[in-house]
Design a protein around this ligand. Structure first.
Ligand SMILES: C[S@@+](CC[C@H](N)C(=O)[O-])C[C@H]1O[C@@H](n2cnc3c(N)ncnc32)[C@H](O)[C@@H]1O
Length: 290
């Protein structure tokens, strides 16, 4: 088959399986497998697609129409303009989570952070993007999943920041509290987290892409979705530098509950940042008004 015919065939097959962005995904599949550019698809539509490439394309489409996310099939997802390896062991990085990076850049424009902690790092998308933005900073990334930490380390290498990042298997800060934050200089200027926040009764209503292909550890926030916040927010007291801030992602309609947990803990809310859809997405926390 020729390039254009293949593209049209893939797009139609994906659309008939109710894949929303069939057009974009058809282009991604073709460029990924054949190595041609998007420009080639337009300028050289008659170029033949090799048989082995055709087989690979058909294999990818067969998985995609079963609603396996394309990122999980191709093994890669972009976040903050950087490439991240993804697998069944990590949450697919989401554009909403970039709100944390934007808020951090705004807050630290004049005085970049030296030490950054990422709780529940998953693919490492947050800590790696932040280290990319703040080239003098050092990062510590924590996850309870050893397999996720393996992927995060691969991504730190891939994005050239592995010499400035260490990785710890820990239940939130449990294995950090002993040594890492004993003295003030070892505390963190910036703490970020996108914890699991889906109330467990809502998990069965998630799309097949999420429910069947993102790890349950990355989704399940307990009965009210707030379990992780109830652990992480009190822990900020021992980990955050006196002038530091924490940026925590929250789910839709969770901002108020998380703000209440922050206030109950005796910490201050410096603001709530909306994502590009206008949804309150990131709660910014400090020890007090600066
Ligand atoms: C929603 S995912 C976020 C991953 C990544 N930071 C992102 O934004 O794409 C939450 C992550 O928290 C981790 N996690 C869940 N419970 C944890 C715990 N008790 N301690 C540390 N990490 C935990 C999960 O393994 C998962 O990688």
């Amino acid at each position: 088959m020729e390039l254009k015919q293949t593209y049209l065939h893939v797009k139609k097959t994906l659309a008939s399986a109710a894949i929303d962005s069939a057009d974009l995904e058809a282009r991604m599949i073709l460029t990924h497998v054949t190595g041609v550019s998007v420009a080639d698809l337009i300028l050289n539509p008659d170029r033949a697609v090799q048989d082995d490439h055709m087989q690979t394309i058909n294999g990818i489409v067969a998985r995609r129409v079963q609603h396996e996310p394309l990122s999980k099939i191709l093994g890669e997802k972009e976040f903050w303009g950087l490439p991240f390896t993804v697998s069944a062991d990590v949450l697919d990085p989401r554009p909403d989570t970039e709100t944390i990076i934007e808020a951090a850049i705004r807050r630290f424009r004049d005085n970049p952070p030296q030490r950054i902690l990422d709780l529940g790092t998953g693919s490492g998308c947050l800590i790696i993007s932040l280290l990319h933005e703040f080239p003098d900073a050092h990062g510590v990334a924590v996850d309870i999943s050893v397999d996720a930490l393996g992927i995060a380390k691969t991504n730190a290498d891939k994005n050239g920041v592995s010499d400035r990042c260490t990785f710890h298997e820990s239940d939130w800060i449990e294995s950090l509290s002993a040594g890492d934050a004993d003295s003030d200089t070892e505390k963190y200027d910036l703490i970020v987290s996108n914890p699991p926040y889906i109330p467990n009764q809502d998990i069965e209503n998630l799309s097949a892409e999420v429910q069947n292909h993102d790890p349950i550890l990355a989704l399940d926030g307990g009965n009210d979705g707030l379990n992780a916040y109830k652990k992480i927010i009190p822990a900020l007291n021992s980990q955050m530098h006196a002038d530091g801030i924490a940026l925590l992602e929250v789910g839709i309609s969770q901002a108020e509950d998380v703000v209440r947990i922050v206030k109950d803990t005796g910490l201050s809310v410096r603001g709530v940042h909306a994502d590009l859809g206008g949804i309150p997405r990131v709660v910014e926390i400090s020890f007090g008004e600066k």
